[in-house]
Design a protein around this ligand. Structure first.
Ligand code: ADP
Ligand code: MG
Length: 331
């Protein structure tokens, strides 16, 4: 059945079930003019939104509806994680072509509901409209954080370590593999493609790091070069990143040459890893390194004086300025 046969209200009825995972914090979810939520006294509210547009952010020939739903929520949870906070609720607005099968929207919401269940997040409302051309998904996430655990970009100080979770560059190489089309022929491709289509936001990790001494944090959505530049600018510091220290997966090392790029290039300038990038005092890092936070942690550089600039030290010791060249929508 197509959406034009089902209609908006019957669709919302279909979407409505299994949307609440933490009953105590929701007074009214889907079904009234506005959602009504309980906030926790003493915690700061976090709000963030991200829009995904067909043909700009995703391609329905390479992503399933379920994967798209999972990712649309995941990228929003990642922003809350990067503030050191905990995501609680999402509001989802969709603009949908009316020829789209109802089943597609149901599968989209199945992916959304899955990740919401995983992270104890409630779907408390949204808006549904028709689109003349292409699917648009806008997710707004609400979260909260203890005031003294809040992670801003501006908190880095000279002498601190620069640290990342996980491995970098996988998602962007996964996208290249998807666009090339024959990725199923390569044994190493599956983890890369999976990291692109269904990235795992580092939610517990972000909150733990915030309690264990991180001083500034970003999620890596636009590539390491761009994200570390944002921290350096906001904190009025310089930074030195050692390319030999950047954590790379063996799969990326195998796949990168197919596209004539180095694995480090993917890590620096590729996007959508949704790992966390943070700064921390070296003594504090020694303590952190003894704790299992549920992610691999790698020191990749250090914070320097602003006058030193933002530098990349290559494997051969040569130093160059690190240019932020992540994705920019208007270039
Ligand atoms: P209103 O006309 O008051 O804006 P709607 O008819 O748009 O209300 O929506 C009815 C209810 O369904 C509201 O609670 C709204 O938040 C929710 N809702 C609408 N569309 C979506 C959606 N795509 N996902 C989740 N909730 C939705
Ligand atoms: Mg509405």
């Amino acid at each position: 059945m197509q959406l034009e046969q089902l209609g908006e209200f019957a669709l919302i009825d279909l979407i409505k079930k299994d949307t609440i995972n933490t009953v105590d914090s929701v007074v009214i979810g889907i079904g009234d003019d506005a959602a009504v939520l309980k906030s926790t006294p003493g915690r700061l509210q976090l709000v963030s939104t991200d829009m995904l547009v067909e043909k700009v952010h995703f391609d329905l020939s390479t992503s399933s509806a379920w994967q798209l739903g999972y990712k649309a929520i995941g990228v929003n949870l990642s922003d809350i994680a990067a503030m050191g906070g905990v995501p609680n609720h999402v509001v989802i607005a969709i603009a949908v072509p009316k020829q789209l099968p109802v089943e597609f929207v149901v599968r989209l919401y199945d992916g959304m509901k899955e990740i919401c269940r995983e992270f104890g997040v409630n779907i408390v409302g949204g808006d549904t409209v028709s689109s003349p051309d292409g699917l648009v998904i806008n997710v707004t996430v609400l979260g909260d954080v203890e005031p003294d655990k809040l992670q801003r970009r501006s908190g880095a100080s000279v002498g601190e370590f620069v640290v990342v979770t996980g491995t970098l560059g996988d998602s962007s190489c996964g996208l290249d593999l998807l666009m090339q089309g024959d990725w199923q022929n390569y044994a190493f491709a599956t983890p890369l493609v999976t990291r692109h289509l269904v990235p795992k936001p580092q939610v517990m990790q972000g909150a733990k790091l915030a309690t264990l001494g991180s001083t500034s944090m970003n999620d890596i959505s636009d590539g390491l070069a761009s994200e570390i530049s944002e921290i350096a600018h906001a904190s009025n510091v310089g930074v030195r990143i050692y390319s030999s220290l950047i954590p790379l997966s063996p799969e990326l090392e195998e796949a990168a040459p197919i596209f004539g790029k180095s694995a480090v290039h993917y890590a620096l300038y590729g996007g959508e890893d949704y790992q966390l990038l943070f700064t921390i005092d070296p003594e504090q890092f020694k303590l952190l390194a003894q704790v299992d936070i549920g992610a691999r942690l790698t020191v990749i550089g250090e914070i320097t004086d602003q006058s030193q600039g933002i530098l990349l030290v290559a494997e051969d010791g040569q130093t160059c300025t690190l240019e932020a060249q992540g994705y920019n929508h208007f270039r």
